[in-house]
Design a protein around this ligand. Sequence first.
Ligand SMILES: [Zn+2]
Length: 193
Amino acid sequence: MVLPGHLAGGYLAAWAALSFAPAGTFSSNQTAWLLTLGVLASEGPDLDLLLYYFSEKRFFRQSQSAATKPSRRRHSHREYITHAPLFWVLVSVLVSLTGVVINSPFVVWSGIMILVGSWSHLLLDSIEDGVLWFWPWHKKRKALFYPPETTWHGARGGFKYYAYILRHVYPKRLTFYLELIITLVALWVAFHP
Ligand SMILES: [Zn+2]
């Protein structure tokens, strides 16, 4: 899944979770901040895109030089810790516990927003992309379906690579249609009168 679907999924997850907050707990301003945090957290796992880009460049530089042994090549940016569900559980528990200690429902719910936002991303990535569900005990990505690997000769993670994926690979995937539906539902929830 790509950016619009993740943002839409994060929005829906944050909106649904906030409906469990007792009425009157937050001002409309605070509710807007919490929703925004949920949406931002839904892109948190993809912070590894940048790391992946640099690691691919390094891999190719090393493989061209006979003197250095190339470092292990990752198959996807989703093999970094930000695509491990446990990582986000730890982050959100830390934030929510801080909220408990300082007696701030807003901070407690900030932790909850981080959890639902990031997990919405990981659940959507689990359909066809794969996520490190059993990290740190098992470091292989798990998905519901495993579409064929994309053939690409050269460094992945750059603009050209993603432009190719978006044009030629992604439109053939089931996730693409799911992404469209989620985005439309989120727009309806956000803007219906
Ligand atoms: Zn992802």
